[in-house]
Design a protein around this ligand. Sequence first.
Ligand code: ATP
Length: 401
Amino acid sequence: MRILIYGGSFNPPHLGHIRSVQTAAAALRPDLTLLIPAAIPPHKHLAEGTPEAGHRLAMTALAAGEIPGCEASDMELARTGPSYTSDTLRILHERYPGAELIFLMGTDMLLTIETWHEPEVIMALASLAVFAREEGHEDEIAAQAEHLRERYGAVVYVLAGEPVKVSSTQVRALLPQRLGRGYLTGDVYGYIIRHRLYGAKPELAWLRERAYACLKPTRVEHVEGTEAMARALAERWGADPDDAAEAAILHDCTKKADRDGQLRICEKYGIIPDKWELENGELLHAKTGAAFAAAEFGAPGPIADAIRWHTTGRPDMTLLEQIVFLADAIEENRRPYPALEAIRKAAFRDLDAATELCARRTLAYVRERDLPLHPDTARTREYYLKKLEDRGAVPIPWDGP
Ligand code: ATP
């Protein structure tokens, strides 16, 4: 039996790791491949902001899922103290008597292996397999392999293949900039975004694809328009345009659900609908959308709140909340309604006046159709009216439909 063992921080596991394992598996044909995240790596510090061990194990398991015969093992995470490879190999040697253990590593690890704890034990218990992290490492690898063979009697397999030049450190730096997806498997990237590990923010193209899949096809245009308008308003008023876009992309993510569907989502996320929402299930998509966006896409508080208040508004909204509330109402694809043009113009001139008029128009619309009026809209209108009055500003003239 042949067991390929790959240890590392896997913080997070990236395509460089996967390429390495795939190349090794194709060349060495192991019966089992184990990816073993280290609890406390002896030769490097876990970077600040490293997620808890359970997350690294979960991501490693997702990465392992890409490779046939590959599993993630918690054997180092379950131990206390530094995760010495020699200890891991002793355990595996006992667990699989007679098996050939092959320890896979990249260039950096091969070059430093003599500084590891009990290198002679490692090379006695396991063969080494090395895959270059970058092109041009071949000579260094060949020389070190020769040295280890001579000094320790090590068996070293040098693997050939095209490396993926990336490190977890680079990926961690890219993720908060809405980049880095191309270095990760889809599952690992989705996991990172869902849990917002490493301060990650989603690439907007990726988010659109997933958010649009939750919409009725006829709603996509509206969401596209809301994103464009939210971005324009954010640029005008000094909010983060990408955060505004993210909230807009997600703002209607549960809108497709009918009343029963909304109530099921409420139950799932522990949302208690108020009496107006029970009367008019439409209203619920703001609350359910915020909960869904947070749970499925890791939307952080300010973005989830912008989704939460986009339908009724609320007094004293944050800038982002106000932007999404207005963008939803005035985006370019909206069917014309009375006051639309006035709100659109005001949104770029006086955000509070636009908000007051938008809420006033909703009140008129709801009254006209005899729909249940949610008091949050009335409160929003009162709040922004008073804010305008306090400033000595005049509300935008509009006499209703
Ligand atoms: P960090 O940037 O956090 O130091 P890393 O990218 O070096 O992380 P580790 O999880 O620490 O990744 O490495 C585990 C093993 O994977 C090591 O043997 C390392 O040499 C190897 N390795 C990492 N990146 C690559 C890569 N791009 N190609 C080949 N091997 C790699």
